[in-house]
Design a protein around this ligand. Structure first.
Ligand SMILES: Nc1ncnc2c1ncn2[C@@H]1O[C@H](COP(=O)(O)OP(=O)(O)O)[C@@H](O)[C@H]1O
Ligand SMILES: [Mg+2]
Length: 273
């Protein structure tokens, strides 16, 4: 194990949870992200939006050190992602496709305790103290009364909350949710977004939410990053969500119109320009 982390971090970045500088990421020969630069300040709530295949999940995985850029530098919690070491235990991550078989007989509390396996070790016993922490995480997602239920018996939205509790059980300083509403109907999705916003308000953490629900999310987040292989735009929602950047992002006549303070977007299919 590399114990001398300071030697290869190339300086610290204490004010930002994540910084990308001129980052390009390839799969084989194909670039999925090109020349991306931005910083996410500690404690902020960021939305990352973009159409399918625009590189949102690639960006998140690069920040977590699951992918290595071909060019540029990344700092996550002030370190190179490959050198995160023990700081990895301060990052909660709910991937886009949860690697969990929901038909398997598992109680909700056990699913949440899985978030502690990094600490406990896969084959060690979950102690009463661990169970208490899992219960506390369930409380934070308002699911405490479901602790003893089978995960298979929950609705899609409830399962998502349990997966978020599994990420929260380590008390993360950085929480990354990759399309947590993908399996939900629009009404449930909107409810989950509101609830995620409350979670950020109540907890001192940096929150990154990947989504393609532009309109709903823009009312909550501090900043939005619009991706379409390149970083089309980033900044405060009302500055970013101009017709021009969305047009560039979706490349098909995206139209944005105001609705109170909440921008709504319509994408014209088969755009005629
Ligand atoms: N494991 C992989 N191997 C090869 N190409 C990939 C892989 N994962 C993603 N890609 C490609 O990279 C691009 C960005 O993918 P992704 O980051 O998953 O986009 P998003 O999350 O915005 O839908 C897409 O063109 C996708 O097909
Ligand atoms: Mg994705």
């Amino acid at each position: 194990m590399n114990t001398d982390l300071s030697a290869n971090t190339g300086g610290t970045d204490p004010k930002n949870a994540i910084t990308f500088s001129n980052v390009t990421v390839h799969y084989d020969q194909l670039p999925a992200l090109e020349n991306i630069s931005f910083s996410i300040p500690e404690g902020s709530f960021w939305g990352i939006i973009g159409p399918n295949g625009s590189g949102k999940s690639t960006l998140v995985k690069t920040a977590l050190g699951l992918l290595t850029p071909s060019r540029g530098t990344v700092r996550t919690l002030g370190r190179e992602p490959a050198a995160l070491g023990s700081l990895r235990a301060s990052i909660g991550y709910v991937p886009q496709y949860a690697d969990l078989d929901f038909s398997f007989p598992l109680q909700v509390i056990d699913v949440v305790a899985m978030g502690l396996y990094g600490e406990i070790g896969l084959f060690h016993r979950v102690t009463r103290a661990h169970r208490k922490r899992a219960e506390e995480a369930l409380r934070r997602v308002n699911m405490e009364e479901f602790a003893d239920r089978q995960i298979s018996a929950l609705s899609g939205g409830q399962r998502q909350r349990v997966l978020i509790a599994r990420a929260l059980v380590i008390d993360p300083v950085l929480l990354i949710l990759d399309e947590p509403t993908a399996a939900l109907d629009p009404g449930s999705a909107e409810g989950l977004y509101g609830w995620i916003n409350d979670l950020h308000d109540r907890n001192d953490m940096t929150l990154i939410l990947v989504t393609h629900d532009v309109g709903v999310v823009s009312q909550y987040v501090d900043s939005i990053a619009c991706l379409n292989r390149t970083l089309v735009a980033h900044g405060r929602p009302k500055d970013v969500l101009s017709g021009e950047s969305l047009e560039q992002m979706y490349g098909c006549g995206a139209v944005l119109f105001g609705h109170g303070d909440v921008p709504h977007m319509v994408v014209k299919h088969g755009g005629d320009r």
